[in-house]
Design a binder for this molecule. Structure first.
Ligand SMILES: C[S@@+](CC[C@H](N)C(=O)[O-])C[C@H]1O[C@@H](n2cnc3c(N)ncnc32)[C@H](O)[C@@H]1O
Length: 268
């Protein structure tokens, strides 16, 4: 057998070689994908999810954040505070066309039938297309800007009927996770929290992967991930973030909060 020359094929080590071979195999099975990249336990497809979903395995959990149809694709990169002399720090403006419409009913139905359980962020924008359910998830962003939304809602098909809340600051200077690369990027902690409701879900599907946050959360939690993204730039970013999550497992671990400083007096 000829020895495989990993370097000549653009891959560095034995695990890269396995990933490279699996990518080629999956691409053969799913020619509708423009690209297929395997990184460890993550299968990443670039292309239109309506064409790719019929070729991927049935998953335990759909955890996704589809376009809401509210034109967030051209959003600003959050509030960065003020620089010297009270001038606002320049923020990046994103460009895109993916949030002009919400998914159509057939596309949403296709996503639902691809997995046994479901968590769909922005479910309030698609409530008319989803079955009635009680167990909504609510991410409280600790917002202090009155003109911004206080948080986000996820529709779920999880057992039970009690809504659940997660408090995690995503508020300008107070934001715990900095360095957004996608205008509607979810914090990894939010995705980790919601995946925690289904500890036995081994294979997680996100057909609207964006910058790959669900994939990063899966790497951290040791789950298998299948992600699909239409936009080639966001697809590249997702690959980079997921690779980094494997290379630097502690990258997204939060720094401990400083101990609160006791001020004033205690009253009996
Ligand atoms: C709301 S964003 C997801 C952001 C993600 N939660 C994150 O943290 O980065 C939705 C993404 O769906 C992608 N998208 C839209 N239509 C798609 C389609 N038909 N197939 C695959 N991806 C699609 C868009 O390009 C966009 O990046």
């Amino acid at each position: 057998m000829t020895k495989y020359d990993a370097k000549a094929n653009g891959v560095g080590c034995y695990h890269d070689w396995i990933d490279h071979k699996r990518s080629a195999l999956l691409h053969e099975r799913c020619p509708a994908a423009k690209r297929v990249v395997v990184i460890g336990n993550c299968e990443l497809y670039q292309g239109d999810n309506t064409q790719i979903l019929p070729h991927v395995e049935y998953c335990d959990l759909l955890a996704t954040d589809p376009p809401y149809g509210i034109k967030q694709d051209k959003g600003f990169d959050g509030f960065d505070g003020f620089g010297g002399f009270g001038k606002p720090i320049q923020r990046r403006q994103y460009d895109g066309e993916w949030d002009q419409d919400r998914p159509d009913p057939e596309q949403l139905a296709m996503c639902l039938t691809a997995a046994r359980k479901h968590i769909i962020w922005g479910g309030n924008f698609f409530a008319d297309l989803l079955p009635p359910q009680g167990k909504w998830l609510w991410w409280d962003k600790c917002q202090t800007m009155p003109t911004y939304g206080d948080g986000e809602l996820a529709w779920t098909s999880l057992n039970g009927s009690a809504p659940k809340k997660f408090v995690y600051s995503n508020n300008g200077l107070m934001a715990k996770e900095k360095g957004r690369v996608h205008p509607t990027q979810k914090p990894v902690a939010v995705m980790e929290w919601c995946l925690g409701f289904l500890p036995d879900a081994h294979t997680i599907l996100d057909p609207f992967m964006g910058s790959g946050t669900t994939g990063v959360a899966c790497v951290k939690l040791g789950r298998k991930f299948i992600g699909i993204e239409l936009d080639p730039n966001y697809f590249d970013i997702a690959c980079q973030r997921i690779r980094k999550a494997y290379d630097q497992p502690d990258m997204f671990v939060e720094q401990p909060e400083p101990a609160p400083i006791q001020e004033g007096f205690d009253y009996e």
